[in-house]
Ligand binder design. Structure first.
Ligand code: 2RA
Length: 337
């Protein structure tokens, strides 16, 4: 069986990566429709041996589509994706518009693939930093139940799409040439800087990005008691997010057991030999789909063997967005074959 697939937001960083991953994984495609804004109409892209032109995304763009991959911001997702559902497609949406909607499953295929079946036409792709964290901790959680997490994230500029990538590139050149830096995408200069803000702040002083790990983690793990104190920082790295996670468990788990579990965990590459300078780094995780996990060690704030700290990195554009969405599509057609 082959499928008609549309990518809504085909010209953005995530939309482009969705095309790459569909091709790499040889998705059983009958037709691929590339949908974008009016200004991109006619822009062509190579998909395997085909040249495909972008079409304007309108409410009628989804006729005949089986699967729609959403790679647009919330406002456009809410405006157009209901039309895709009405046209009979199943939508896998990377925006945050529907992630916490009770009628919409929120899925990391390595963690909760069974939730795909609960869809009513839309399946939500979690936030990139949530995906990377949950892939890293999934097998540890299964074994010893994670109840609390203290997380610090070091998020690549690709999280702000092509404009974010371009801004870092431009600013590095400007700084090296002693030219004036005028931030457009980020609130301050990002080159040679760290910005502890991603999204707006709530009344507790948490950013919207920081609350996602707790809110989305509770839904994906079916663990409403999960508590997460998260600090999200934008860093001058191109396309991989890094995260420091301190995990507080229900039962004892030591470093050796954690390494054994992670060595066999879906979607994880254990890179943990610090004495030989082997640990996850964003340059190593870019352009591939595994979440690298390392620096696993006992948490020194507790003396009960029920907490560990670790470091992980993952490609934000791929596993953090495009690959996770395509993996959901592949799992969906498998479950409905
Ligand atoms: C970011 N996770 O990194 C957000 C949106 N992709 O900017």
């Amino acid at each position: 069986k082959t499928y008609n697939v549309a990518i809504l937001g085909a010209t953005g960083a995530v939309g482009q990566e969705m095309m790459n991953v569909l091709a790499e994984r040889d998705f059983p495609l009958n037709k691929l429709r590339l949908l974008a804004s009016k200004r991109s109409v006619g822009k062509t892209y190579q998909y395997k041996d085909q040249v495909i032109a972008c079409e304007e995304a309108t409410p009628d763009s989804f006729e005949g589509m089986d699967i729609v991959l959403g790679a647009v911001e919330n406002d456009i997702a809410e405006q157009l994706l209901p039309h895709a559902v009405k046209a009979g497609a199943v939508v896998i949406d990377n925006s945050s518009a529907y992630r916490l909607d009770d009628n919409v499953p929120l899925v990391v295929p390595e963690v909760n693939p069974q939730d795909i079946q609960k869809n009513n036409g839309i399946i939500a792709n979690p936030n990139c930093s949530t995906i990377i964290a949950l892939v890293a901790i999934n097998k540890l959680h299964e074994y010893a139940t994670v109840n609390s997490i203290i997380a610090s994230t070091y998020q690549a500029v690709s999280g702000a799409g092509v404009p974010g990538l371009n801004e870092l590139n431009t600013q590095v050149t400007q700084v090296m040439n002693d030219e004036k830096v005028e931030p457009q995408v980020f609130p301050y200069q990002i080159a040679f800087n760290l910005i502890p803000q991603i999204g707006g702040f709530d009344e507790m002083g948490y950013s919207s990005e920081e609350m996602k790990m707790q809110n989305e983690g509770r839904k994906i793990l079916h663990h409403p008691e999960l508590n997460v104190t998260c600090t999200c920082v934008r860093v001058p790295v191109m396309r991989s997010h890094s995260e420091s996670l301190t995990l507080f468990f229900d039962k004892e788990i030591d470093v050796e057991k954690a390494k054994e579990l992670l060595a066999n965990a879906d979607g994880v590459k254990l890179v943990d030999d610090p004495n030989n300078k082997q640990y996850p780094m964003p340059l190593d995780t870019s352009d591939q789909d595994l979440v690298y996990v390392g620096r696993i060690r006992k948490d020194l704030t507790q003396n009960n063997n029920k907490s560990l700290t670790l470091w992980c990195c993952g490609d934000q554009v791929r596993k953090g967005a495009a690959t996770n969405a395509v993996q959901i599509a592949i799992e969906y057609i498998k479950q409905n074959a």
